[in-house]
Design a protein around this ligand. Structure first.
Ligand code: NAD
Length: 479
């Protein structure tokens, strides 16, 4: 049994209350580790360590700060295999996904922001007899709270820019997938990060997470997770006038026109539907296909989905692994039942998968395609966040836009067409923070990332993240 500890002031320490939570391996359903059930006392200890470390970290020459963050990036790559195994064990994602997507991206997050901090500059304005310039100063102690679907990837997507901008961080990874964030402390220490600059407090959202949001010395909170928790955090933080970045849920449309490059679209749509068991906030869970292409797409797509291999996450040959927890497994299955009750036809999947041997207690769901549901039903309105997609034909551009925009969410949208004017119209009118045309999940870390409507407030990525993690001050000098 592994015991994960908090990482505070450069040391691994037990929670003040001495209580731990069980942490499960989704592939087997067995408890494999214990994590601290931290509370306000632990958060306060971490905040005090961060506050003490802040003046020196903020004043450190940029090149030195760069070297340390770059060292963390290198350290993540040195430990790639160990981290990938930990991520797969903890989350049920395939080892291949962890090794090729999650861990390399976590390293890249540090590398990208290490470099960015060297080039982050501010504006100046000259008028006769005066000069105004902008200072962008670090905030102090900031909080980062992340979800379970891309554990180290999304945790470092907050921690790296916060540190790059000169802040000290108290981070809380998801209690469902705490392992790799737990290992990050070692890597930071080895890279020479001064004690207290980065701290990890494990535990439940409403206890440890909320304590970070409520702490008066925490100046900003960068949160990625559900819309429900985002609303709770906003309610707490708003009267305290904290800066908030909220990256929330999605129900992304995938709009496919008959003039698309078919083979590329089909392969990408399989990935955008079922990568990471459909547990990526950017997965396209509502697929709309122009009617002339609909029957062909349906036949090819369903045949390819039936051929996807669901299996042991540790087996490099598995295309899908386990879903992340028993609670999530039950939730996804309940949505499949709902889809049937709402009149949907299950074209493939639609059930849990019984595995044998050591996997018998694990949480596996067959990739599921549902047809025949109207836009207003709950299956098409609510985030399922699992290996379940709905498909539907459309006839006109107006209808496709109305379907794509007809949900409360607006994170991303994918469009498949080679028609230039249509592309421009959809790019402008799709209600989403991110629009992919003839591609999916093609990410340039310099671009703004975030959602509209109930998918969130604020943008991450590139300069947006460095601006979020700094306070802007205007200085005017007459002379
Ligand atoms: P969640 O909201 O349950 O938890 C996310 C994190 O917030 C966890 O660390 C949790 O402990 C913490 N938390 C929960 N309640 C809290 C509270 N009241 N105060 C402070 N912290 C709290 O989300 P989840 O189930 O871990 O993740 C899945 C969700 O995340 C999905 O809705 C998905 O769309 C979303 N997500 C969004 C993005 C994005 O970029 N927009 C990316 C990944 C995941």
């Amino acid at each position: 049994m592994i015991t994960i500890q908090n990482y505070i002031n450069g040391q691994y320490v037990p929670p003040a209350g001495g209580h731990y939570l069980d942490n499960y391996n989704p592939a087997t359903g067995a408890v494999y580790s214990q994590i601290p059930d931290s509370g306000p006392e632990d958060v306060d200890t971490a905040v005090q360590a961060a506050a003490a470390a802040f003046p020196a970290w903020a004043a450190m020459p940029l090149e030195q700060r760069h070297d340390i963050l770059r060292g963390i990036s290198d350290g993540i790559l040195v430990h790639l295999d160990r981290l990938a195994e930990a991520e797969s064990l903890d989350s049920g994602k395939t080892i291949t996904t962890a090794r090729t997507v999650d861990i390399p991206r976590a390293a890249l997050n540090f590398k990208f922001f290490a470099t960015a901090l060297l080039h982050f500059a501010s504006e100046s304005y000259h008028i006769p007899g005066a000069l105004s310039y902008t200072l962008r100063q670090p905030l102090g102690v900031v909080g980062g709270i992340s979800p379970w679907n891309l554990p180290l990837y999304l945790f470092t997507w907050k921690v790296a820019p916060a540190l790059a901008a000169g802040n000290c961080v108290v981070g809380k990874p998801s209690e469902v997938t705490p392992y790799t964030a737990g290992l990050l402390g070692e890597i930071c220490t080895a890279a020479g990060l001064p004690p207290g600059v980065f701290n990890v407090v494990h535990g439940l959202g409403p206890r440890a997470g909320e304590a970070i949001v409520r702490h008066p010395q925490v100046k900003a909170v960068s949160f990625t997770g559900s819309t429900r928790a985002g609303a709770d955090i906003a309610r707490i933080a708003a009267p305290m006038f904290k800066k908030l970045s909220l990256e929330l849920g999605g129900k992304n449309p995938n709009v496919i026109f008959a003039d698309c490059d078919y083979d590329h679209m089909l392969q990408t749509t399989l990935a955008s539907s079922f990568n990471n068991q459909g547990q990526i906030c950017l997965c396209g869970s509502r697929i709309y296909v122009e009617r002339p292409l609909y029957e062909k797409f349906k036949q090819d797509f369903v045949a390819a989905v039936k051929a996807m291999r669901v299996g042991d996450p540790a087996d490099p040959g598995s295309r899908l692994g386990a879903v992340v927890s028993k609670m999530h497994f039950d939730k996804v299955l309940s949505y499949i039942e709902l889809a049937k009750q709402e009149g949907g036809t299950v074209l493939c999947g639609g059930h849990a998968l019984a595995m044998s041997g050591r996997l018998a207690g694990g949480w596996y769901i067959a990739p599921t395609v549902v047809e025949g549901l109207p836009i207003q039903c709950r299956t098409n309105q609510e985030e399922i966040f699992g290996p379940v997609v709905t498909i539907q034909p459309f006839d006109t551009d107006d209808e496709a836009l109305a379907l794509a925009n007809g949900v409360p969410y607006g994170l991303s949208a994918t469009l498949w067409t080679n028609h230039l004017r249509r592309t421009q119209r959809f790019a402008a009118e799709l209600q989403a923070g991110i629009v992919w045309v003839n591609c999916w999940l093609l990410r340039d870390l310099r671009t703004p990332f975030g959602g509209v409507k109930q998918s969130g407030v604020g943008r991450e990525g590139g300069w947006e993240a460095l601006r979020f993690f700094t306070e802007t001050k205007n200085v005017t000098i007459a002379g």
